[in-house]
Design a protein around this ligand. Sequence first.
Ligand SMILES: Cc1cc2nc3c(=O)[nH]c(=O)nc-3n(C[C@H](O)[C@H](O)[C@H](O)COP(=O)(O)OP(=O)(O)OC[C@H]3O[C@@H](n4cnc5c(N)ncnc54)[C@H](O)[C@@H]3O)c2cc1C
Length: 396
Amino acid sequence: MEANEFKNTIFHTAIIGAGASGLFCAGSFNARKILLEAKAKPALKVSVSGGGKCNFSNKFVSSADYLSQNKHFCKNALAAFKSADFISLLEQEHLPWEERQNGQLFAKNARDVVRFLVQRAQRNNSHIALGVRALGVKKENGLFVIDSSSGPVRAQYLVLASGGLSYPALGGNGFGLKIARQFGLSEIEERPALVGLTLPKELRARFQPLAGNSLPARVCCGKKSFEGPVLFTHDGISGPAVLQASLFWTAGETVLIDFLPAKKASEIFAAYKHTGKTFCGALVKEGLPPKIAKAVLGELERDLANASRAQLEASSLAVNRFAFIPSGTAGLTKAEVTAGGVETRQINPTTFECRQIEGLFIIGELLDVTGRLGGFNLQWAWSSGFAAAKALEKRF
Ligand SMILES: Cc1cc2nc3c(=O)[nH]c(=O)nc-3n(C[C@H](O)[C@H](O)[C@H](O)COP(=O)(O)OP(=O)(O)OC[C@H]3O[C@@H](n4cnc5c(N)ncnc54)[C@H](O)[C@@H]3O)c2cc1C
């Protein structure tokens, strides 16, 4: 379809964003629709998701896996379209998938998933306009008129599926929030989530030499604790356990790391006290890599035999309860998702239509619903997109 052709068409539905939720919504009902996608390729985040293997869902999805000011909001949509439903769709297309630890579900190839999403949308009467950016929206005589980089687009219904603020290189931007504000919708303050944490200045020089190294550890933030790999970066820490903790971290809060979660450092030090070893040497014997042991202990490193009780206690704490206040996060450019977004009390949880603005639907990451790491955010994109589609297919 040429740009001047869609200028003269009134679509049943216009969807802003051909990402995960927009494409899935488009493929879930048959009506004449257009998807406007600012990027030259659709669903860039899905293409790179799960390290190129697309962690498309999780076997154990429940509302408890999502953070939102309105914790019941996600329940209906998650119940109406489950991980098993997405698996059935993949199997119909003969697309292989596998289950990994903690119920994480992966495809073999993320690009195949994108191809499937695009073809499914196209089979259901959708025109995907790539490289076309929505610039503004107004409602005129009962129709939504979208001012786009290829001219005006008119539709009876509008689905905002333009995602969150994170990862601008893959499409993240504030357009959806701008339009939501324009229509008088309130929002929960947005912040980067599933993101690395930066170390305070006083710790950076000590940990910088570890950049690129990782180890299994436990990261605690408030009452939440996560076990898994922790990766050292040039200015902080990342890796699955840290990304999970970042969802719950608020600025100024202390983070605790247990660098040897299966062992008590105090017992290790007691056992090695008279062996001529240093603190570091004892930890290395028990499996902590030497570079990491050295950085964790810092100035506490000394011979075990001469160590005072206070030094023993401080060193044990450094290993099992290393406490610091992160200076911040790696920011929206590197965050896997945006927490916060359009406040969900304004949205019908079954149809995803805005309660006060007839015909305007909001789905996906733009809403104040953020999943844990492990396939939950894509499941939210599918479930919310499906719910809106089922409501839209009844509107003719
Ligand atoms: C690197 C990375 C890896 C990830 N891996 C996983 C994973 O393995 N599993 C998982 O569950 N989640 C993962 N996520 C999160 C997941 O990709 C997102 O939560 C999900 O894609 C959100 O879907 P969405 O449709 O709301 O937004 P998006 O998929 O971001 O789609 C929004 C689309 O709208 C377009 N758009 C924005 N503004 C405009 C405009 N003005 N006009 C036209 N188009 C516009 C964007 O270009 C984009 O294509 C990952 C995220 C990142 C960044």
